[in-house]
Design a protein around this ligand. Structure first.
Ligand SMILES: [Zn+2]
Length: 206
């Protein structure tokens, strides 16, 4: 399974690296903060959060966008669950543009949109593999909070565009856990989402 590689950090908490086109899962305690860093710029990270008390509870794009009446989230917005509880809250954000509309890229994404004959398993496959030890099945993977993904929407026609992320090297977002969580996190595998190249993602939990 693709794993996190430990890399040196100036801070007290260990900084982890997610290799290009891979993903990880880990737990967080209530009150801990997850920092997701784009080390090179223009790289998306798909984020999922499940409640450890009952993994059938998971972040919900539909409920979050409904309650916030916006599609672009930033500080101090909450990520609501399918049961309308706040699972995480954005407490720092140096980019201000993330996507919460699109599902994780997958083998089907690459087959349907890119025409790949032997497609990569994508963020979906990476998340499914990383979450499998926690008893979370692939069919329970919802729309992810796509950190740094830049998907503007035409306000009249509703047309979506997947454009290069606005993140520069060193940009970050910090989310605080409002309950004990299982996190899934990737370095996204879709060319279009990452301006044509696959790069790592760094993260730490404080
Ligand atoms: Zn992806």
């Amino acid at each position: 399974m693709p794993g996190a590689v430990r890399v040196p950090s100036a801070g007290s908490a260990m900084l982890h690296e997610i290799a290009p086109r891979s993903g990880v899962a880990f737990t967080m305690e209530k009150g801990q903060r997850l920092t997701v860093i784009d080390p090179m710029g223009e790289q998306v990270a798909d984020l999922l959060a499940f409640s450890r008390a009952d993994t059938r509870e998971v972040i919900s794009s539909g409920r979050s966008l409904d309650y916030l009446s916006r599609i672009f989230l930033t500080v101090p917005d909450p990520l609501y669950s399918n049961r309308s509880n706040v699972l995480m809250r954005i407490v720092e954000d140096t980019v201000g543009r993330h996507d919460f509309l699109l599902t994780p890229c997958s083998a089907d994404t690459f087959r349907i949109i890119y025409g790949d004959e032997t497609p990569h398993r994508g963020c979906f496959g990476n998340l499914a593999a990383a979450l499998e030890p926690y008893g979370i099945e692939p069919d329970r993977i919802p729309v992810a909070f796509n950190v740094f993904m830049n998907v503007p929407v035409d306000g009249t026609t509703g047309e979506l565009k997947v454009l290069p992320p606005l993140s520069k090297a060193g940009d970050r977002i910090v989310l605080e856990a409002e309950t004990d969580l299982i996190i899934g996190l990737t370095a996204c595998s879709a060319l279009q989402s990452n301006n044509g190249s696959f790069k790592p993602i760094h993260y730490r939990v404080d």
